[in-house]
Design a protein around this ligand. Sequence first.
Ligand code: GLN
Length: 212
Amino acid sequence: GIRIGVLALQGAFIEHIHALNALRNTEDIRDVLEVRTKAELDQVDALIIPGGESTSMALIAERCGILEDLRAFVRTKPTWGTCAGLILLAKTAIHTKKGGQKLLDALPVTVSRNQFGRQVDSFTIRLSSPCLGKDAEPFNYVFIRAPAIVSIDDPEVEPLVQLPPGHGQTEASENGLLVAVKYRNLLGTSFHPELTSDNRWHKYFVHMALSA
Ligand code: GLN
């Protein structure tokens, strides 16, 4: 079985822990662990970086002395960044806070922070998602001050979920914004699957980690 960690410095980590624990009956998960230190990171085979606030999360990681260890981990180990976690995983982030933002510099995409506006502009949308299985039921996507992937900067990045045009876009465009991508060992999503009871995205990541 695999040991999955959830980075627990800040943000919505408890919800990910619950979603992973709910999968333990059916998936080959040995342990689900909160990760705050290098010693804890060394004990896990895969990691989820949760939503929260990316600038704070990076600052706390730096102060706790785990930022470089995280950088090394995400280069090779299965890692899923949701929302703020997606921003941290990216190689490039725009619309970050003044003074900039430390990144883990692993996922070759450009992420636009708060692309959909402010907290009050949070929204949910049901979309069919072929990556969750052929003929899969639509998934209810939750976006909370979410980032979007505004460019793919390496042809190896696989787009997984794209919004219909209009959401979060100021200019008319034929293509909607990308909100989920996969690249080698990395999964990046701008929504919060841990805030729904539908655990198909957690299952998707566990399978990705098990086959790594
Ligand atoms: N807007 C937040 C950030 O910049 C992310 C929001 C979230 O994770 N729900 O980090």
